[in-house]
Design a protein around this ligand. Structure first.
Ligand code: GLV
Ligand code: MN
Ligand code: MN
Length: 435
């Protein structure tokens, strides 16, 4: 294989290092782990997140690769160091995210990053020459757990700067500017993180399914055909704080009582009215949050999802009407202070075929399915054809400490990524990048 252009993955003897893959997943699982719950809290740009990114960079350097951090805080690992102006090959980008939700699992995101590094390292160590430059990326702040901008890093790479808040703050009003600087980024230079359209030949992301479909069917690999659209609204409910024992019920402007109505209205939009597939209030921060004071203000998030962009928009409209009615009925003000939109996207048919062929070669049963979770691939879809590979999630659960996948499936998924990457970087075997 060494020194040759790869034309086919079919008769391949070259393989990823399964032990190294699993060792890195286990190493990362110790960063930000709670001894009490076993869950992992590595919110984007937190100290634990920085530690995970430093780990990735150290592993990459030890492997002789060239990691760097862009202005948005993304970790980019290339085969050798190049300044962006001197790259003449298109990239095959692979990756996912290292940040987690609060008390989440060890695989959501980290698995895809480690697998991308593994594929890159295997290609480089074997001396495989490829038409496209393989690049592994850990996208910054995919979850938006601390700073309310999910897909922060992939949006910057895709050049979606207009969609990013100017001076983002976390839920306690702390500025992203400083947190980003500590992570090696630079808010004032965000534009430099963008990759021009055409610079990425293809993007591949390997991820745990996070749902029950593969476990139920018994298939080992999922070929993703579409990723759900998502609207996340951060709301501020403003009422009036006061003494819980002396303020009469009449005339109270209790922000938490209003927020409770928002929670039920959100659920109602999906469960009763069927306007979108799912609707969730996942975060709620009451102030001052003490037992004997009426809550004066609440920050909360509403997450609406559907694979049909019009249905999601209709659900949002219904929610906004409900917010007006709740504000009027409770004497509060309800303002949408931040919003994130990711449209549903389809994956590339050519990359789906490449994934299917790779899966067939490995003798693994697969099926095609949509993703109910959001992924950085959605943003990179603006500048490149995207492909996504899923492996089964035990019990179909994710964003909880119990999230898990059989190690054999983790290795199988990485092998599928490797073969798909070879098909994609090779000179002749990838049919078309234009869908
Ligand atoms: C991203 O992880 C999501 O919430 O779908
Ligand atoms: Mn997630
Ligand atoms: Mn994820």
């Amino acid at each position: 294989m060494s020194g040759t252009l790869v034309q086919q993955a079919g008769s391949l003897s070259l393989d990823i290092d399964a032990d190294r893959l699993l060792r890195r997943i286990a190493d990362l699982a110790r960063i930000g782990r709670s001894e009490v719950t076993g869950g992992i809290t590595r919110e984007g740009f937190s100290a634990a997140d920085r530690e995970a990114r430093a780990y990735l960079m150290a592993e990459a350097r030890a492997a002789g690769l060239a990691p760097s951090i862009d202005a948005a805080g993304n970790v980019i690992v290339r085969p050798v160091h190049v300044s962006s102006s001197s790259t003449d090959r298109q990239a095959l980008m692979m990756g996912s995210h290292l940040d987690t939700v609060v008390n989440g699992g060890r695989l959501d995101g980290a698995y895809g990053v480690v697998a991308a590094l593994e594929v890159l390292q295997t290609l480089v160590e074997s001396g495989t020459e490829t038409r496209h430059e393989p690049v592994a990326v850990a996208f910054a702040n995919e979850e938006g757990a601390l700073f309310p901008q999910p897909f922060w890093g992939s949006m910057a790479i895709a050049g979606r700067l207009a969609g990013l808040p100017r001076e983002p703050q976390d839920h306690q009003g702390r500025p992203l500017r400083e947190a980003l600087r500590l992570a090696g980024g630079d808010l004032d230079a965000l534009g430099s993180a963008g990759w021009p359209s055409g610079s990425v030949a293809a993007y591949l992301e390997l991820h745990v399914e996070q749902g029950p479909v593969l476990e139920r069917s018994g298939n080992r690999i999922g070929v993703v055909d579409a990723i759900t659209g998502r609207i996340v609204l951060t709301l501020e409910v403003r009422g009036a704080a006061g003494h819980s024992g002396t303020a009469p019920m009449e005339g109270r402007r209790d922000a938490l009582a209003a927020a409770a109505r928002v929670v039920l209205a959100t659920e109602n939009i999906s469960r009763e009215r069927g306007l979108c597939r799912v609707a969730t209030v996942g975060r709620i921060d009451p102030h001052p949050n003490t037992p004997n004071t009426i809550v004066g203000a609440v920050r909360m998030t509403v997450d609406l999802r559907d694979t049909d962009v019009w249905r999601a928009a209709t659900a949002e409209q219904a929610l906004r009407h409900a917010l007006d009615a709740i504000a009027a009925a409770t004497g509060t003000e309800i303002e949408v202070v931040a919003e994130t939109r990711s449209d549903p996207v389809s994956t590339s048919p050519a990359l789906r075929t490449a994934i299917e062929r790779s899966t067939d070669e490995l003798g693994l049963p697969y099926e095609t399915l949509p993703s109910g979770a959001g992924h950085d691939a959605q943003m990179i879809g603006d500048i490149a054809p995207i492909g996504m590979i899923f492996v089964p999630s035990l019990g179909g659960i994710s964003h909880v400490p119990e999230e898990d996948t059989d190690p054999a499936d983790l290795v199988a998924g990485a092998r599928v990524l490797f073969r798909t990457a070879l098909r994609t970087v090779g000179p002749t075997s990838y049919p078309s990048h234009q869908d």
